[in-house]
Design a protein around this ligand. Structure first.
Ligand code: RIB
Length: 338
């Protein structure tokens, strides 16, 4: 194991400078910082107190990095992670990354020195070099929902593509013949898979056009805006599949504002299965992800990994369920009469 002296020697600075850099207890210029960082990486140096914390000294604490806990999808996930962790005697600390790489990196830096036993990443910007760095440091980690498939860890998510196909097939079955899709940020594997599922389900629709696609960022306001865009572009849209429930709720709001009857004139289907879908008016049809199971499964996997009982890392894709409610209960449509 490299020592602080080895780092100082390789970086060509004093031990005191290295210590100042590590403890952020004084000025170190940017160039020296960079030299020190590359020396630490080359020597695979782990500060003594961190090594003690990680090597064998367990703290029974795990971290859960989420994109945005204000979205009920993630707060429900967090609830499940914490319930299961507590069953095994672990405490969970949470952080919001907002899918921002720099925030995530800051959390990883902080968590590295805070004696955590493992990390669950439910965010996106998790890159390969971070995976390698955590592996080098011996910090077990797993990915949830958005984690990139090539991450060197176990990943738990829902069957997003199949769920999107279920949503669109349902809209077709109730007679929709002009179905739009409000899609989530395409750098996220979940949003990308849902868009693929939507297009797959409409492969034989002669009326399909890419102009029936509108981007959103998984938030309510974007769902409102996207619906207004779509309806002005295609007033004859009679079905909308939104890439998550928050955008679907925005869609309900926009259609209500336009005096359009949801269900009879335009059917709306969401994705996630958050509780809010039970209290909207009309209640929202959605593709429900097994949110609690996802959180419980990832929590168990990480704890097994921490305790050296996980045989292999792999991708777990859990089944989704279509919950049909009034937002897609169309009266007999003109199409059905013909
Ligand atoms: O609502 C937030 C969305 O981001 C969910 O659909 C979830 O799958 C995540 O990717």
């Amino acid at each position: 194991m490299a020592t602080i002296r080895d780092v100082a020697k390789l970086a060509g600075v004093s031990v005191a400078t290295i210590s100042r850099y590590l403890n952020k207890s004084g000025y170190v210029n940017a160039e020296t910082e960079q030299t020190i960082r590359s020396a630490i990486s080359k020597l695979n140096y782990v500060p003594n107190h961190v090594a003690r914390g990680l090597a064998g000294k367990k703290t029974n604490t795990i971290a859960l990095l989420l994109p945005d806990i204000s979205n009920l999808f993630f707060s429900d996930l967090a609830r499940a992670v914490e319930d299961v962790a507590a069953m095994y005697g672990y405490t969970v600390i949470f952080g919001n990354s907002d899918d921002q790489g720099f925030k995530e990196k800051k959390y990883i830096e902080t968590l590295k020195n805070k004696y955590i036993d493992g990390i669950i990443f439910a965010s996106y910007t998790f890159e390969r070099d971070e995976a390698d760095m955590l592996t080098k440091l011996g910090i077990p980690f797993v990915c949830l929902d958005r984690g990139p498939s090539e991450a060197t860890s176990s990943i738990v998510r829902a069957k997003n593509r199949e769920g999107a196909v279920m949503a669109v097939r349902h809209l077709l079955e109730i007679g929709c013949r002009k179905i739009a899709h409000i899609y989530g940020p395409q750098h996220l594997v979940t949003a990308k898979e849902r868009l693929i599922g939507y297009e797959q389900a409409l492969a034989d629709a002669d009326w399909y056009s890419p102009s029936l696609l509108e981007p959103g960022n998984f938030r309510i306001a974007e769902g409102i805006k996207a619906t207004e865009e779509l309806m002005s572009r295609h007033p004859d849209i009679d079905g909308i599949f939104a890439g998550n429930d928050q955008m679907a709720i925005g869609s309900l709001k926009a259609l209500n504002r336009m005096g359009i009857s949801v269900g009879e004139q335009v059917a709306v289907c969401g994705f996630d299965g958050i509780q809010t879908t039970e209290i909207t008016s009309p209640e929202l049809t959605t593709v429900a992800q097994p949110i609690y199971d996802m959180g419980a499964t990832i929590s168990r996997l990480l704890i097994k990994k921490i305790e050296g009982k996980l045989d292999e890392d792999k991708l777990y894709e859990l089944d989704v369920k279509l919950i049909i409610r009034d937002s897609t209960s169309r009266r007999t449509s003109t199409h059905e009469q013909t």
